[in-house]
Design a protein around this ligand. Structure first.
Ligand SMILES: [Zn+2]
Ligand SMILES: [Zn+2]
Length: 321
């Protein structure tokens, strides 16, 4: 296997067959501290054109099965708050696809994550910037599949964006995917601004959760990512032996900037010339990248984030999996 082979555990959403589904993974109702009833919350997202929504009230799980049908998927969940002995405030962990309420007060975070997984559920690290968390708090967490790169309700204090937290964890070998979400509490101000576009064969719980877990989606505040591919570039040599060089090719909706990021100082950002917008960009790879991920920024400053493409053998050297 060459050093730049995609990790086969993850799915490329842009080439896998299926349909795109729009969803939000983090929402509250009046059952905890949200301002809408569960029924009103599901109705609002459905009306806004979403295909699925996870209800994640603090410390409790509600039965959301009445809100699922052929055209809409309701996912049960909860937001859990185990103790943090590493200096930061309490953890905020989003648990998806759990059925029973899990006690998290005063408990060890990894025990709580293990309980979620024992129910067949999946854990997302919520809004680390808003929590004041750093890698000191986040590295001890085991068994989470994603981190919220964008959380809209946190925009109210200007801390919606947790890109550096995600990158720090990736650089230290945590194979985490990124999630954009609303974390909706109000009827309007923190709704419909951050979501995921999931590529799945159909709108069933198994398909959508399977696509989320294998990275078959991208996250966005509005811009569309049409394609991110690793392709052969022309002529190059490496270590005295001629090898095909590779490059990342990105296609998106019109963008003010397109960036390709890898560990530490690797990567590049292309900025559109004044008065113009980009719809594609290319990034030659040095061969040293352990992963790459792509960010799009449109004229209004709204962003979209691809998931990392992990390069199998290089990534496994730093990943604890
Ligand atoms: Zn929270
Ligand atoms: Zn929340």
């Amino acid at each position: 296997m060459s050093a730049l082979t995609r990790d086969p555990e993850y799915t490329d959403p842009f080439s896998t067959p299926g349909r795109w589904f729009r969803g939000n993974t983090h929402t509250h109702s009046a059952v905890s501290d949200g301002r809408l009833s569960i029924a009103e919350r599901f109705a609002a997202y459905r009306e806004a054109g979403y295909d699925f929504l996870a209800l994640t009230d603090h410390r409790c799980v509600s039965d959301v099965s009445p809100f699922s049908d052929r055209d809409f998927l309701a996912i049960s969940g909860s937001e859990l708050h185990p103790r943090n002995p590493f200096g930061g405030e309490l953890y905020h962990l989003v648990a998806l696809d759990v059925r029973e309420t899990i006690e998290s007060r005063g408990r060890d975070a990894n025990d709580v994550i293990a309980d979620v997984r024992a129910q067949g559920g999946h854990v997302i690290i919520a809004h680390p910037y808003w929590c004041g968390h750093s890698v000191v708090d986040l590295m001890p967490l085991e068994g989470c599949f994603a981190v919220e790169v964008y959380n809209d309700t946190c925009a109210r204090i200007g801390k919606a964006n947790s890109e550096p937290h995600w990158d720090d964890l990736l650089d230290r070998g945590r194979p985490l995917l990124g999630i954009a979400c609303d974390d909706a509490h109000y009827p309007d101000i923190d709704c419909f601004h951050g979501w995921v576009m999931v590529k799945a064969p159909d709108l069933t719980r198994e398909s959508v959760l399977g696509a989320l877990l294998t990275g078959s989606y991208y996250s966005t505040m509005g811009p569309a990512i049409h394609d991110v591919q690793i392709v052969d570039a022309e002529g190059s040599a490496s270590g005295g032996e001629a090898l095909p060089a590779r490059k990342v090719v990105v296609c998106s909706s019109p963008a003010r900037a397109i960036a390709c990021k890898a560990q530490r100082s690797l990567g590049r950002r292309h900025l559109a010339p004044e008065g113009q917008l980009l719809e594609e960009a290319e990034f030659p790879l040095s061969g040293a990248e352990k992963y790459v991920r792509v960010e799009i920024e449109d004229e209004r400053g709204r962003k979209a984030w691809s998931n990392p493409i992990f390069f199998g053998d290089r990534w496994s050297a730093i990943s604890p999996r």
